[in-house]
Design a protein around this ligand. Structure first.
Ligand code: SF4
Length: 622
């Protein structure tokens, strides 16, 4: 039997030891002596969250398809194990081989949300690797990060050696070949990093210098320190989704993961252009997989995992061109074998409901819609492209189809939001409840309908038309939640309505990180040293420790979160080219301020800049 990195004594003391023993069904086993490169792929959050992440599954499969590479997995040890590892000086290990990852060639991490930044430090700390890139030696692993937050990696610039900007399938082969060459020639870290900076999509933060204006602390210049290092990093995207690498065997966790099902990615990108949505901008253009490839992949995935549920993954599944055909196939070929289909990310329209009604099991659960804003004016500001008729019409169809529980998601604190816009949220929910009582005859009702409103607080993100917008202070967010709550009480159908809202301290921190620069690094380091990690988990989040770290390092929340940026200011992420041009984002910001709707990419190309990629929706006939 394989040796484990943790002794039985430790495994007995911690919660869910199965998180750390590896050996899951479909995990890859190689002899480390047979490969040139050992890669530790980390998701900087707990096992159950990381195991549900599709991007890691794709890269794990893709890297292990290479004979010269052994890619293993690492997740953040839960605080109970964290303390024991520190106490007993146990280095962080990879699940497959249980070997210490400080001896690997690469430690790669995906950055899915800003609140994982201290978990990056936790991984490095437990791995016993220097937290700062400047202190790493030739035989330390290369620390590389990717994922959506890599589109503004500046707040973690001091901690990472390389940043991969774009979709992992594209530049990893070049990077690994370069690494092998350098390893054979006697590895010199600085020379490797310099050479890697020339690979498209690879950013090496230590090779750039930033200066700031004395007058207002904004960026004066951002440039490479050597002439041969590129001034602009081009985000890399997959052009042809059909031929891109996709795992047909998914790992089956021992501990119940957040998503205990097969995930089938049907497309990347989104045609819609919601102005708050970073994913909708950075994953442009929308690129679909062909339906035949999806049918094949679905069959293989279900056969190799034994899962009884398949989930279609994309930003807006109802926009997929052949969703009806794919659903018919899944229902005829898969449902007969007792398999369920789940469809997150649908829009409120007749088509989506028709598709959902084909899936037997959904009727038991509630139906979720995300109008995002209560008033039509506000929905136009964010370019949601939904009218009140769409929403009420969609809800009515859902009630006719047998649902009586509806969940509605909204954001508070959007640019230009007024009290009137907020009050429109419960009023809309009330109208939806009224549609239930108008639609479903008394004798067919199973009690009252239940409309649950949830609001989150809006955080402006880089590469969106709202990247210049100010946020509100924490107290103001709570006032906004109260406006909604008060209005709830004035509704006729209030007994059918329920309201949940999120706390705002985390939102403020997320806002600081999302648009932060490299001056935040010392504060993140101090916060970690003072015990902050797992900040995305309410139980562990300690705002006071963060405030202390900001104060010590002269970080002004006002400057990073609450300030309206000038349209001409140099932003910390301006050196990254995500293909969507700043001119387009400015145009969209102005359209937002005039509550003007921009049509979706299938209706009309609005010249966002992503057409330069030469694939996807921009090049298909409309
Ligand atoms: S170039 Fe046109 S079609 Fe392509 S993503 Fe941009 S707006 Fe959409």
């Amino acid at each position: 039997m394989k040796k484990l990195a943790l002794s039985d004594d430790i495994l007995m003391q911690i919660d869910k030891p199965a998180r750390y023993i590896g050996n899951e069904f479909n995990s890859v086993k190689k002899n480390p002596a047979d490969v040139d490169i050992r890669f530790a792929m980390c998701f900087p959050d707990v096992y159950e969250v990381g195991m549900s992440h599709l991007g890691i599954a794709i890269l794990y499969d893709m890297l292990n398809k290479r004979e010269d590479t052994y890619c293993e997995r690492v997740y953040s040890p839960w605080p109970d194990l964290h303390n024991l590892m520190k106490e007993r000086n146990i280095p962080l290990f990879a699940l497959e081989s249980q070997d210490a990852i400080r001896d690997f060639d690469f430690i790669g991490m995906t950055l899915q949300y800003e609140m994982c930044y201290t978990n990056i430090l936790q991984i490095l700390d437990l791995a016993q690797v220097s937290l700062l890139t400047a202190e790493r030696k030739n035989d330390d692993p290369i620390v590389i990060v990717g994922g959506p937050c890599a589109t503004n990696p500046e707040p973690i610039a001091d901690f990472v050696d390389l940043v991969y900007v774009g979709e992992g399938e594209t530049s990893y082969p070049k990077l690994l070949e370069l690494y092998k060459e350098h390893k054979k020639a006697g590895f010199d870290r600085a020379a490797f990093l310099r050479a890697a900076s020339k690979i498209p999509g690879i950013y090496v933060p230590s090779l750039y210098e930033v200066t700031y204006k004395e007058s207002d602390s904004t960026i004066e210049s951002f440039k490479p320190i050597y002439d041969d290092v590129p001034a602009v990093i081009e985000r890399q995207v997959v052009k042809d989704m059909d031929s891109s690498s996709y795992p047909t065997k998914m790992l089956i966790p021992f501990v119940r993961a957040i998503q205990d099902r097969v995930v089938l990615e049907i497309q990347r990108g989104c045609i819609r252009g919601c102005r708050f949505c970073q994913a909708g901008m950075i994953y442009r253009p929308n690129r679909e997989k062909s339906v035949d490839i999806l049918k094949e992949q679905a069959k293989e995935l279900l056969a190799s995992t034994g899962h009884e549920e398949i989930s279609l993954s994309s930003l807006s599944s109802s926009d997929y061109h052949a969703l009806g055909e794919l659903m018919d196939f899944l229902i005829d070929d898969c449902l007969s074998e007792g398999v369920n289909v789940s469809l997150p990310s649908l829009r409120i329209d007749a088509f989506s409901l028709d598709v959902m009604s084909k899936v037997q099991d959904v009727r038991k659960s509630s139906i979720t819609f995300a109008p995002e804003a209560g008033s039509q004016r506000m929905r136009n500001v964010i370019n949601k492209g939904l009218t009140v008729e769409d929403i009420i019409g969609g809800a009515t169809l859902a009630f006719k189809g047998g649902w009586n529980k509806v969940k509605l998601y909204f954001m508070l604190g959007l640019p230009s939001e007024t009290d009137e816009d907020m009050q429109a949220i419960p009023r809309l929910a009330n109208d939806i409840a009224a549609a239930y009582y108008d639609t479903v005859p008394k004798e067919q009702r199973q009690g009252r309908c239940q409309i649950t409103i949830s609001t989150s607080f809006f955080v402006p993100k880089p590469f969106t038309p709202f990247q210049w917008a100010p946020m509100y202070e924490a107290g103001e967010y709570l006032r906004r939640a109260k406006v909604v709550n008060d209005e709830m009480k004035a509704q006729l159908n209030q007994k059918s309505l329920k309201y949940n809202w999120h706390h705002s301290d985390v939102t403020v921190l997320e806002g600081v990180f999302a648009r932060g620069d490299r001056r935040l690094c010392p504060a993140i380091l101090d916060a970690y040293k003072n015990g902050c990690f797992f900040d995305a988990w309410g139980d562990f989040f300690d705002f006071d420790k963060w405030l202390a770290a900001f104060e010590k390092n002269n970080i002004s929340i006002d400057f990073y979160a609450y300030r309206q940026r000038d349209l001409d200011e140099i932003l910390p992420w301006d050196f990254i080219n995500c293909h969507v041009t700043k001119d387009f984002l400015k145009r969209e910001w102005n359209n937002a301020m005039n509550a003007k709707v921009t049509p979706n990419c299938k209706m009309n190309c609005n010249g966002c800049g992503a057409g330069i990629i030469g694939s996807g929706v921009c090049h298909n006939a409309r």
